[in-house]
Write a protein that binds this ligand. Structure first.
Ligand code: PBE
Length: 266
């Protein structure tokens, strides 16, 4: 059938990302659910996955990847999500801002800005496209901020200015989170805080905010992608709700690959 054809062409490999990513757990569940016993989910990184995609795409070779939106790759390549009739990749999903307990008292202005931080996928995509085109993340963030003073005014509305207090943000090197974390870091800086960014894996990101060694993250994909991390650390976190809605995860292929559903991989 189609599954064995595409399997032979791709060596039965689905190109994954960082092993701790929620998307990887979902992909493993999908492989069980759709009975893809012959297939391997390749662990690596988001950057390595995109590199593989670029290589295959240039030669119009079939490739199967784990993908998510928003992501600039959908603007750079003609891609499609495979249908997921069993809804293994979840339904409506968004990205939440989560801070440590006590931040509200220690840095009320920063807390308020983080709480009011909210934007659209099209905003985030603008920053991501600039970064993928070679602009450094700080500059891409500054450029977006300058062009969106109305949104910044809403985020900072009523927030008292900082007096140089340090705010530690933590994030994972996903393109979405590089964009959002750099934007919110700049906004906090412009409001009187000294911001430090640290890049970690997803488990330590949740653990760090929960144990208070860092102040905040704007990178919790919920309710599905990070549900296990969220459940383990929930009682030690302050969840400020979504900063962005309408994300999506799944199995992605270039449009020239002639399958439409995860079921076609069987
Ligand atoms: N992602 C992008 C992450 C969240 C952000 C979908 C690759 C994950 O799977 O954990």
């Amino acid at each position: 059938g189609t599954g064995s054809e595409i399997g032979a062409q791709t060596d039965y490999k689905i190109i994954g990302i960082e092993p701790g990513a929620g998307l990887m757990a979902q992909a493993k569940n999908a492989m069980k659910d759709y009975k893809l016993e012959n297939w391997t989910l390749v662990e690596g990184s988001s950057a390595a996955m995109v590199a593989e995609l670029k290589k295959a795409y240039a030669k119009k070779e079939p490739i199967i990847i784990t993908g998510w939106s928003p992501h600039w790759m959908f603007a750079s390549f003609d891609l499609k999500y495979l249908d997921d009739p069993n809804k293994v990749f979840g339904g409506a999903e968004g990205i939440n801002t989560i801070v440590r307990k006590g931040l509200k008292d220690d840095a009320p202005g920063a807390y308020k800005i983080l709480d009011q931080f909210s934007w659209d996928t099209s905003d985030m995509e603008k920053v991501m496209v600039d970064i993928s085109g070679g602009t450094n993340p700080t500059e891409a963030a500054e450029k977006w901020i300058k062009a969106n003073t109305d949104k910044i005014a809403k985020w900072t509305n009523g927030a008292q200015a900082g007096k140089g207090e340090e705010i530690k943000l933590v994030y994972v090197a996903w393109d979405t989170e590089i964009a959002s974390t750099n934007v919110i870091a700049k906004v906090l800086e412009q409001n009187g805080y000294k911001v430090t960014l640290s890049q970690v894996e997803v488990g330590p990101m949740f653990a760090g905010v929960a144990n208070g060694s860092v102040d905040a993250m704007v990178a919790a994909w919920l309710p599905s992608t990070h549900k296990d991390y969220y459940a383990s650390y929930k009682k030690d976190l302050v969840d400020l709700g979504p900063n962005l809605e309408g994300t999506k995860n799944g199995i992605v292929v270039p449009k020239y690959v002639d399958i439409d559903s995860i079921e076609d991989l069987k």
